[in-house]
Design a binder for this molecule. Structure first.
Ligand SMILES: *Cc1c(COP(=O)(O)O)cnc(C)c1O
Length: 429
């Protein structure tokens, strides 16, 4: 579900009118729905209730402290990819023993920090990293819980920048090398405990097939590692896709609900029905690391039209948000529906919606048919809750936008807008 809908011609998040919210907090402004986040977490958990499972929310999708706190309250663990993310989780009230630590380039400082805090598991992505973790743990007199990330060489059929499970990606260890590494590690490394096996084949998957392929391929490996090394978990990663197009019109913007009358590319029920029977007989704890699926459709970015500009060949709507606030369109051709916050019911025109940043890649839509936008109009870029604010940059010395979390009729500022002093903090003359 999502909680963005028109009421009396004005776009609301839950019970809050977004035009009033934008007047109060200015734009660009990120707005998140707590109800949507809770619903997504609970729905995923309940479809997998037949399985001994644990959901480790992928912090990198949206790492605002209030959102982490909300999810910790739901019982989520956390999949982190840096020391900074661990710091956030602990600050938000999450616990280290619910954290898995992913990523190909963990530094000594990050490993020491995670060992000191006592995380659940390091998910290592190479034998070299495994040996380094062993060495650092030995120096600290600790035993590091570890899993290896297997690269199952399965095509996730998603954008090449968010595909991670093919043998030409930098992620994970070749399927054929995994057992040799576990054997050597079991014999030679004294300061690690082999706790699990992990995989993650990519992001924004809109078909269940690649998941099934990967799970079927890797489950027998997990079974052998359980027998030989007594591992306790198998993490099947994240990657469940969401609907980015026609989200409001369909009344639902989740793949797992499908669109009325159309094909249902990936429903949660399908996902569970396909993988649970394969995974259940393993007798291992199953970890999931969803990010986008939990928060993607729970957020919008509000922006105001600064100018209308008639170019030589095109009409441009120049808005006050840019690629520094939301980089998905520029980085991986990500699509965001754009809708006026106040419904006009009038005519439409073909426009490019562009930001103020000095880059031709700074656009949110090209040649898109939209209701006619006038200067001062407020628009919402939908499905911006995942990989939105977290990828913000100060490029062009533009302060980060503010973030607001909605719960029913309550709106809470969960991150204030940066000011110019924030931009130069830490610099020296
Ligand atoms: C990014 C990432 C995820 C989350 O991916 P989503 O597509 O947001 O669900 C999960 N696991 C790992 C290891 C990741 O790097």
């Amino acid at each position: 579900m999502h909680s963005f809908h028109y009421r009396d011609g004005s776009l609301h998040c839950e019970d809050v009118d977004l035009s009033l919210l934008a007047s109060e907090h200015e734009t660009p402004l990120y707005v998140y729905s707590a109800a949507t986040i809770r619903d997504h977490f609970r729905r995923l958990s309940s479809t997998l209730s037949g399985l001994d499972h644990h959901i480790a929310y992928a912090v990198k999708a949206n790492s605002n402290l209030s959102i982490l706190k909300l999810l910790a309250g739901e019982g989520a663990g956390f999949d982190i990819v840096s020391g900074g993310e661990l710091f956030r989780v602990l600050h938000a009230g999450g616990t280290a023993d619910g954290c898995t630590f992913a990523g190909v380039g963990k530094t000594r400082a990050e490993i020491e920090y995670a060992l000191a805090e006592g995380i659940y598991c390091f998910n290592a992505e190479s034998e070299a990293e495994l040996r380094f973790i062993d060495r650092v743990a030995g120096e600290l007199g600790k035993v590091a819980p570890v899993a290896l990330r297997v690269n199952p060489n399965v095509d996730a059929r998603t954008h090449k920048y968010i595909s991670t499970g093919k043998s030409d990606n930098k992620f994970g260890v070749d399927f054929d090398d995994i057992e040799g590494i576990y054997s050597r590690a079991g014999k030679e490394l004294q300061n690690i405990k082999l706790r699990g096996l992990q995989m993650h084949i990519g992001s924004q998957l809109t078909s269940v097939q690649p998941f099934v392929e990967a799970v079927e391929k890797v489950t027998p490996l997990a079974a052998r590692l359980k027998d030989e090394h007594d591992i306790e978990f198998f993490s099947i990663g994240g990657g469940i896709g969401i609907i980015y197009e026609d989200a409001l019109a369909s009344g639902s913007n989740d793949w797992w609900d499908g669109k009325s009358g159309e094909e249902k590319p990936l429903s949660l029920e399908q996902y569970a029905a396909a993988i649970v029977p394969v995974l259940k007989p393993l007798g291992l704890k199953i970890l999931l690391e969803p990010g986008r699926m939990i928060v993607g459709n729970a957020g919008v970015l509000l922006s105001r039209v600064l100018y209308k500009k008639q170019g030589g060949a095109k009409v441009f709507a120049v808005v006050d948000a840019g690629m520094g606030d939301l980089i998905r369109p520029a980085l991986y051709q990500g699509h965001h529906d754009i809708t006026p916050v106040s419904q006009s019911g009038g005519k439409s025109e073909t426009v490019d919606v562009v930001g103020p940043i000095c880059e031709s890649g700074d656009f949110f839509a090209q040649d898109r048919e939209l209701p006619i936008l006038e200067e001062g109009d407020l628009i919402a870029l939908l499905s911006a809750g995942a990989y939105g604010f977290v990828m913000a940059s100060n490029y062009n010395s533009r302060p980060f936008p503010a973030e607001v979390l909605i719960e029913g009729s309550k709106a809470r500022l969960i991150r204030r807008r940066q000011d110019f002093n924030d931009l130069i903090a830490g610099e020296e003359l």
